[in-house]
Design a protein around this ligand. Structure first.
Ligand code: URP
Ligand code: ZN
Ligand code: ZN
Length: 466
């Protein structure tokens, strides 16, 4: 039994070489040439294709109750969409209800996801409260296989916001036990003040009010502050969905003086700019943080190329045009978020490797190996090695694909990249050895994915192969 992926070009963060890959019982069992298939072995012809570790999207929000609605990709469809786009592991969030144990949120979220996910998944624990029990709760999370703690510097009204001392304490405690703080960094008081200020003119401003109320310095200042708290506590901080060029400068400066600060950015911050808000349906593009200026995108690309940005994730939080219409012209009422998990890998290939911004190795590092390393999944996931999970993508570098909502699995009737032409698309996705997607269509079994335990002390060496 098992599968031989034959004749392909294997790509890891450090190598590109011709080899066959043998998958059996959910694992990679051999790498080499000229294996003789046993009766019943599936042989996949991968000639002319890249064979790479499955993508890992470390930032998704499936069926998230948010902004008065629920994000439209649930655990079933979101993970199907992920598989179609070459992703084999997603990390979602279990956000603590203030005053309740964090583990309660984890168990509730698992009850929503287990038996429904179609690829493997894990959870970050969202910490919204601090008490004398918190250090013990953090230890419990590590024992449970959740070494990443999400904190928000904004979202006061949702009850998610952490103040600076809470962040400081959490950094201190997580430094001790090998967890990492994943941080939504925006400066809440200035941002909320600006929202109030521009809201007076919301009818005139339309979606542009979203741009005016969330300038780049709102993120830059919060990132600087968070880096300071990581520096003095010896903690590790990971900036999620970094959108501002000046924030990348702050991350680089922090890294240069030895602070453990990492950053993720998302395709929307690299590929779009705030001119999208002037479109007829500009409000569709509202996310939090918002998409910044072209100069910011250019700076983020440099960060991706040079290393201060460690990885790409999507912050998938899908809202349909009907859900977006809930804004009724008021920029403060737009459900924030967009689809993304299905298009991350091919977009990064076309606009990264295809445009010669970075190498094939760096592509794999950004969408698979670094997310695995930092999130405690490596080397079980994020690489092609004997003994690793058989999470594998056969990628067709020549395939032309025009992004259209109808061709995508995601539960969304619009795409930020509608009409964009890609060269290179996942041809097959294997999740623990099972073929789950072929040519952009989900063909796996609903509920075939599993919750994966992750290890603490995840880190990267910062090695980049240009
Ligand atoms: O707009 C977004 N990103 N929605 C999801 C919540 C968050 O802050 O990541
Ligand atoms: Zn966020
Ligand atoms: Zn998010």
């Amino acid at each position: 039994m098992g599968t031989i992926i034959k004749g392909g070009t294997l790509v890891t963060e450090s190598d590109v070489f011709q080899s066959d890959l043998v998958l059996d019982r959910g694992k990679i069992v051999a790498i080499g040439r000229d294996f003789t298939p046993q009766p019943g072995t599936e042989v996949v012809d991968a000639r002319g294709r890249y064979v790479m570790p499955g993508g890992i999207d470390a930032h998704v929000h499936f069926q998230l109750p948010f902004c008065g609605t629920v994000s439209s990709d649930d655990f079933v469809n979101g993970t199907k969409a992920a598989a179609c786009g070459g992703i084999t592991t997603v990390i979602d969030y279990a956000i603590q209800v203030k005053g309740r144990p964090v583990m309660e949120a984890v168990k509730n979220r698992r009850a929503e996801a287990d038996g429904r996910v179609c690829i493997d998944y894990s959870l970050h624990a969202g910490l919204t409260d601090w008490s004398e029990n918190s250090p013990r709760e953090l230890e419990q999370l590590i024992d449970y296989g959740i070494p990443t703690i999400k904190m928000f510097m904004i979202y006061k009204d949702q009850g998610w916001m952490a103040d600076d001392f809470m962040l400081y304490r959490a950094l201190e405690e997580t430094a001790r036990i090998g967890a990492m703080i994943e941080l939504h960094a925006e400066s809440v008081f200035v941002m909320d003040g600006l929202i109030k200020k521009y809201h007076r003119d919301f009818r005139k401003l339309g979606a542009w009010g979203h741009v005016l109320s969330r300038p780049a310095f709102v993120e830059e200042e919060a990132v600087q502050r968070a880096i300071k708290w990581a520096e003095v506590t010896n903690g590790r901080v990971y900036i999620v969905h970094m959108s501002a060029g000046a924030a990348a400068d702050a991350v680089k400066a922090g890294q240069e003086r030895g602070v453990s600060v990492y950053a993720e950015t998302c395709p929307q911050y690299l590929l779009l700019d705030d001119s999208v808000f002037t479109k007829k349906n500009g409000h569709w593009y509202a996310t939090c943080p918002q998409i910044k200026k072209r100069e910011d995108a250019d700076r983020l690309w440099r960060g991706v190329i040079n290393g201060e940005v460690s990885l790409i994730a999507t912050d998938t939080c899908t809202f349909t045009t009907k859900q977006k219409a809930m804004w009724h012209g008021d920029f403060t009422k737009i459900p924030y978020g967009m689809p993304g998990v299905e298009t991350m890998v091919p977009l990064m290939y076309t606009f990264g490797v295809g445009k010669k911004r970075f190498s094939l190795n760096r592509f794999v590092q950004l969408v698979s190996t670094n997310p695995a390393r930092l999130h405690g999944l490596y080397p079980r996931k994020g690489t092609l090695t004997v003994g690793a999970d058989a999470d594998v993508v056969v990628f067709d570098p020549k395939k032309k694909f025009v992004i259209t909502p109808k061709r995508l699995q995601t539960n969304c009737d619009w795409s930020p990249y509608d009409g964009w032409k890609l060269t290179g698309y996942p041809a097959m996705t294997f999740s623990r050895g099972r073929l789950v997607a072929r040519e952009g269509k989900f063909i796996g079994e609903t509920g075939g994915g599993q919750f994966v335990r992750r290890e603490p002390w995840g880190a990267i060496e910062g090695r980049i192969k240009k």
